[in-house]
Design a protein around this ligand. Structure first.
Ligand SMILES: [Mg+2]
Length: 423
């Protein structure tokens, strides 16, 4: 980190991202409450428009509850390919402001702009340019917080957001800048749960000590905090309550894993069906890994039973892999003797140990380029893989399933469409 120039971190956070993308794509939804998320019996809200929030709906709420609170809401299943494409455009905009951009999920990022003042002016002006360019290029609103570190920038962007309050929508300021000298005044009225790492358990333990605000945390001695929360957490919380957060903005930190989970409206009770669902998810995960230009080394399978017992199994390959069939084969092998027992409510497949695809000897094959010495079957598979990736990139993961999965899935899902059977 350079010199004694004051550090300036921006936190950019899209407002109600998935719901806002849906409204942008379907302008007739503007002003209506929109819920994006699982529409099945156990669906959960992934994103709620501010109109839906004024009825009390919010993300992470069971969809059934959100619909009862907001019966007039338009409910959409979500289109993650579309959200990814907006996310890519967001990052193209952010990259103009700093080479130090750390993505958090699809719709948030930290920017270290400490060196950029000469180009873009003071933090207020920089934040205003970010908002204006995001608005111009994505047609969506974001909130921007600025502060001397990540903790303060993140809390500032939260303070900048619109909020639903007693059935009314209050426009936020859009930009909140907290200068070094204002940090303590800004933090102290906030609830203790605003600080990193204070989960519900930690908050409950502090509440038993009568500590609910950052002001009260800051008033405690480090020793008292360590006694309450343990040495590491206590020390960290003391630092944060005093507005000190040395974590750097880490640009280009790649996703640690790519995965998919499905929660079923009705428990799966057949081993065949488990296998077929796992194969289909594995194929979609492999496709997503390839599109990100990466290869995987570890495959993890997750099975959650009706009684919430959860089994997780992994396998790590000695070398990175890119192939869908390899991932699917391994996921099925991990399923091994696991049967449906009393019913399966959730299955998940993920790929981790991600490395750039160049590190994988076979990667050209999967990108559809013929390799010297490649068999005809391999070349054919490579072309199919590339075609499947293109279809998925345009129409979403559900557009293509392995042939065997489709053939067997059709009777149950009742979906008549079989868009592509190349697999
Ligand atoms: Mg957001």
């Amino acid at each position: 980190m350079s010199s004694n120039r004051p550090r300036v971190v921006l936190h950019v956070d899209m407002n109600a991202f998935f719901a806002s993308v849906e409204v942008k794509e379907r302008p007739w939804l503007a002003g209506r409450p929109v819920l994006v998320g699982g529409t099945g019996r156990r669906g959960v809200v992934a994103s709620a428009s501010y109109e839906a929030r004024t009825c009390g709906a919010r993300s992470a709420m069971p969809m059934g509850q959100a619909r009862r609170l907001c019966p007039q809401a338009v409910v959409l299943p979500g289109n993650f390919e579309l959200y990814h494409s907006y996310s890519r455009r967001l990052h193209e905009v952010l990259a103009r402001f700093s080479p130090l951009v750390e993505a958090v999920g699809l719709d948030e990022a930290y920017l270290d702009v400490s060196g950029a003042g000469g180009l873009f002016g003071p933090p207020e002006a920089m934040a205003a340019s970010v908002r204006q360019q995001v608005r111009a290029e994505l047609g969506l609103d974001c909130s921007v917080g600025a502060g001397p570190n990540k903790l303060v920038a993140k809390l500032a962007s939260k303070a900048a957001k619109p909020r639903a309050c007693r059935g009314r929508l209050l426009a936020g300021p859009g930009i909140v800048v907290v200068a070094e000298a204002e940090v303590l005044d800004f933090l102290r009225p906030l609830p203790v749960a605003s600080l990193w790492g204070v989960g519900p358990a930690g908050a409950a333990r502090l509440a038993r000590l009568g500590v609910t605000s950052v002001r009260q945390v800051a008033a405690l001695s480090p020793g008292a905090l360590e006694a309450a929360l343990g040495r590491v957490a206590g020390k960290l919380l003391h630092e944060l309550a005093w507005g000190r957060d040395p974590r750097p903005v880490q640009p280009g930190r790649p996703a640690k894993s790519v995965g998919r989970e499905e929660t079923y409206a009705y428990d799966l009770v057949s081993a065949d069906e488990m296998r077929l669902r796992v194969a289909r998810m594995a194929d979609a995960v492999a496709s997503r890994v390839r599109r990100s230009g990466q290869a995987f080394r570890t495959v993890t399978l997750k099975v959650r039973y009706a009684d919430f017992t959860t089994v997780t199994r992994s396998h790590t390959f000695p070398a990175p892999q890119v192939s869908g069939p390899v991932l699917a084969g391994q996921a099925e092998a991990l399923l091994g003797g696991l049967g449906p027992a009393g019913g399966v409510r959730l299955l998940g497949v993920s790929a981790s140990g991600l490395v750039p695809a160049q590190a994988c000897p076979g990667h050209q094959l999967e990108l559809g380029l013929a390799l010297p010495g490649q068999s005809r079957a391999e070349a054919a598979w490579a072309r199919v893989s590339a075609a499947v990736d293109q279809v998925r990139a345009r129409f979403g993961d559900e557009a293509v399933a392995p042939g065997s999965a489709l053939a067997r899935a059709a009777p149950r899902t009742g979906k008549g469409s079989a868009p592509a059977r190349e697999g």
